[in-house]
Design a protein around this ligand. Structure first.
Ligand SMILES: NC(=O)c1ccc[n+]([C@@H]2O[C@H](COP(=O)([O-])OP(=O)(O)OC[C@H]3O[C@@H](n4cnc5c(N)ncnc54)[C@H](OP(=O)(O)O)[C@@H]3O)[C@@H](O)[C@H]2O)c1
Length: 265
């Protein structure tokens, strides 16, 4: 057993590359023992060896496909039984392209990974957090939650789900010390696009930040007590305006009356 500053395990899904690998590094630097999840065992093992050496912590890896019900259950059981202090639900896919170029199985796999896995794992972790009165849940959303797109119908839908799901759960836990955050990245330089057979330059160069920048900003937002963190939004007033517009929308549709433009004259 190596020396860890923290007893609680930090679990990161999708730790074999990109944003997840950076979360693993930052949580290791804080002294958390780690449990790292992805499908590519070799990548996970290489990262684990590096983090063990650099940070003198215990790192366990589990090669799991989170679209598989059995593999997902394996991780849920670990979240239910272990002393987990942090869960980062980061594993995610894009399935980018028009709906006509995909098929039912691919769409279902994307929903299983981006929605079903994140939902079940959140619930499994929160049970232990509730019992111990502490814990941190971080879910990876995306700015595409607010941007319906002809080439990302399923992806944008799944990320909108993650936003609403995480915000709703945060309300349920608001009187506790449990921290719940949804992170809303814009374009980040990772393997996200190339792993789907797309160009690395889907967006102009200047739209991208690095995974290091993204995770450091997101962790700063977490420390500031944010539930929704928009790492690349300079002016927080934009978010406040969106929240006001959302409240106005809800007030206006709660009128109990059909809008006059839909009434026959
Ligand atoms: N990059 C961006 O521009 C961007 C923008 C907004 C939001 N995000 C979100 O950020 C998160 C991380 O993405 P990233 O940019 O770091 O992309 P990435 O480098 O492609 O990483 C995705 C991670 O998810 C894992 N993964 C994929 N399918 C999996 C499965 N079925 N089971 C288990 N693990 C699986 C991958 O590992 P294996 O292949 O080894 O399984 C990999 O570790 C995602 O939720 C993504 O939607 C990214």
């Amino acid at each position: 057993m190596r020396n860890s500053n923290k007893d609680g395990l930090a679990v990161v899904t999708g730790a074999s590359s990109g944003i997840g690998a950076v979360y693993a590094d930052r949580l290791a630097a804080l002294g958390h023992p780690l449990l790292l999840i992805a499908r590519r065992a070799n990548r996970l093992e290489a990262l684990a060896a590096q983090l063990q050496n650099q940070h003198n912590i215990d790192v366990e890896t589990l090669a799991l496909d989170l679209t598989s019900a059995d593999d997902l259950r394996t991780l849920e059981e670990r979240l239910e039984s272990d002393n987990v202090e942090v869960l980062v639900n980061n594993a995610g896919g894009g399935g980018l392209g028009p709906l006509s170029s995909t098929n039912g199985d691919k769409m279902e796999a994307l929903v299983r990974l981006n929605i079903v896995a994140a939902t079940r794992l959140s619930q499994a972790a929160l049970g232990g957090f509730r019992q111990r009165g502490k814990g941190t849940l971080i879910n990876l959303g995306s700015i595409i939650a607010f941007w319906p797109s002809a080439t990302a119908a399923v992806y944008s839908g799944t990320k909108n789900y993650i936003l609403n799901f995480t915000r709703s759960v945060a309300m349920e836990f608001e009187d506790t010390d449990i921290r719940i955050q949804v992170v809303m990245p814009g374009p980040v330089r990772t393997e996200f696009f190339s792993s789907q057979g797309m160009s690395d330059s889907v967006f102009p160069d200047e739209y991208y930040i690095t995974a290091d920048q993204l995770v450091d900003a997101a962790l700063a937002g977490l420390e500031q007590g944010e539930i929704v963190t928009n790492p690349t939004m300079e002016d927080p007033k934009i978010w406040e305006d969106m929240e006001r517009a959302r409240a106005n929308y809800f007030a206006s549709v709660s009128s109990g009356k059909v809008a006059s433009r839909y009434l026959s004259t």
